[in-house]
Design a protein around this ligand. Structure first.
Ligand SMILES: Nc1ncnc2c1ncn2[C@@H]1O[C@H](COP(=O)(O)OP(=O)(O)O)[C@@H](O)[C@H]1O
Ligand SMILES: [Mg+2]
Length: 354
């Protein structure tokens, strides 16, 4: 039997970020050293069915076409049986899934039950990392600066008071579903009518919606890597000519500029790195996360959000930040797999009863 580490890369998924996941997975697959790893590819189609597919089925696709939806990965007709993940068949899973049903703790819970080690945050860290409302509350309670926000629940929509929101948070306002990513259903509302329309739209995607004060300034991002002693990368900056860093700007805009390292003072860099590690620990992350900030025009730094499965596409910040910090793609993927195995081994020593 080969002594290679058997890695299962999980990609696709039912979220709006299905295509982004496929392109991220292409890059992760390419970075897995074939001398060291035996790689299987598990594709989750848009209906949520799992299929084992040949790595070539994904690698042969053009990443731009995948992202723009002009081509898609479909499961081979021959895949009739669902994928099974028996204990011992795969040494570790790399979930390269973004958004709900992938990054939110659901897949992580399933893998945990199956006792398979996996890359990235555990159930709790994933769930908290996905929920912009819960994560902001935890950060705010710990004294980490976040934007002022209000949480709306679909069950109480009849009590919605847009005038009060505008009075408390000003205009423009950002409206977003609590549990999505890639800027899906996020709007900037400049008037009361736009606010009402933005809230209605966001409620189509989630039963919980955040309304946030507008935070003018720069967007700084920092990558974190590790389990119990995480390290932070050099910070980077996202520069976009768009109204905000929306889906198109993130994945389809060639003019989007990532400045790595970001032009910051030494003390700002230290502050970004310290806050990133602090957020990573507070939010129960493991393995990897990208922490996103607003650097307000008055110099104040606020945490915008944490991403527990950051993008791995060609324009993605996470691998680029590590590259600029001296950890190339291949080493990064190596370390992430090591961290997954290390955490699994450590947790398997914990008592589960008296
Ligand atoms: N409160 C805010 N003030 C200013 N810009 C914001 C605010 N919230 C979001 N944005 C803009 O929208 C983008 C996406 O919002 P974000 O909360 O990061 O959601 P996602 O999980 O989809 O990335 C941000 O990168 C930023 O450009
Ligand atoms: Mg974001």
């Amino acid at each position: 039997m080969s002594d290679k580490i058997r890695v299962g890369v999980l990609c696709g998924g039912v979220s709006c970020e299905h295509e982004v996941s496929l392109v991220s997975a292409q890059n992760v697959m390419r970075a897995l050293d074939p001398e060291k790893y035996e790689t299987s590819l598990i594709f989750i189609d848009k209906k949520g069915h799992w299929h084992q597919v040949a790595p070539r089925d994904l690698l042969d696709h053009d990443s731009h076409k995948l992202l723009s939806g002009t081509c898609e990965l479909t499961a081979p007709v021959s895949t009739k049986a669902p994928v099974t993940l028996p204990e011992g068949r795969l040494d570790v899973i790399f979930p390269v899934l973004h958004g709900p049903y992938g990054e939110d703790g659901t897949v992580q819970g399933f893998l945990k039950l199956a006792r398979v080690p996996f890359v990235g945050a555990d159930v709790c860290g994933s769930a908290v990392g996905m929920d912009k409302d819960i994560q902001k509350r935890i950060l705010r309670d710990a004294g980490i600066p976040v934007v002022k926000f209000r949480t709306l629940y679909s069950a109480h929509r009849d009590k919605l008071d847009p005038e009060m929101l505008i009075e408390q948070l000003g205009l423009p306002l950002f409206v977003k579903p609590a549990n999505l990513g890639s800027s899906v259903a996020i709007s900037k509302a400049k008037t009361k009518d736009e606010l009402i329309a933005a809230i209605d739209n966001a409620f189509e995607y989630d039963k919980k919606v955040l309304v946030e004060e507008f935070c003018p300034g720069r967007e700084i991002e920092c990558a974190v890597l590790g389990n119990e002693s995480p390290i932070a990368s050099v910070p980077g900056e996202v520069i976009t000519s768009y109204e905000f860093y929306d889906f198109e700007a993130k994945y389809l805009d060639d003019k989007l500029k990532l400045e790595i390292p970001a032009s910051l003072t030494a003390s700002q860099v230290r502050q970004v790195q310290e806050l990133s590690i602090c957020a990573f620990e507070l939010l129960s992350c493991a393995g990897m996360a990208r922490v996103d900030f607003f650097l307000r025009d008055d110099g104040k730094l606020l945490v915008n959000e944490i991403n527990t499965i950051p993008g791995f596409t060609n324009s993605s910040m996470y691998p680029k930040l590590w590259d600029a910090s001296g950890i190339g793609y291949v080493e990064l993927v190596d370390r992430l797999i090591e961290l997954a195995l290390e955490r699994h081994n450590r947790e398997s020593l914990l008592k589960t009863s008296n």
